[in-house]
Design a protein. Structure first.
Length: 72
């Protein structure tokens, strides 16, 4: 069974994998989402919890299915 920290860390790894797949830097993704780069960094390091609505938006910017971000 996963705990909160493990879920956030795996989610972050999934986000990073999708970002890298597109060839985006953290800064590029941040610009597309109108957030700062540090926000993307916190997501990828498992330090930022996101709402399901924000995860859906992130999936759209990453041109991926939300299932790819929520793989655990």
């Amino acid at each position: 069974m996963y705990n909160d920290k493990e879920i956030l860390k795996q989610f972050g790894r999934n986000v990073k994998a999708e970002r890298v797949r597109l060839g985006y830097s953290q800064e590029t993704l941040a610009e597309k989402m109108s957030v700062n780069r540090e926000y993307i960094s916190r997501i990828e390091r498992g330090m930022q919890n996101m709402s399901l609505a924000r995860i859906t938006i992130l999936a759209n910017y990453l041109e991926t299915n939300i299932n790819n971000l929520l793989r655990f």
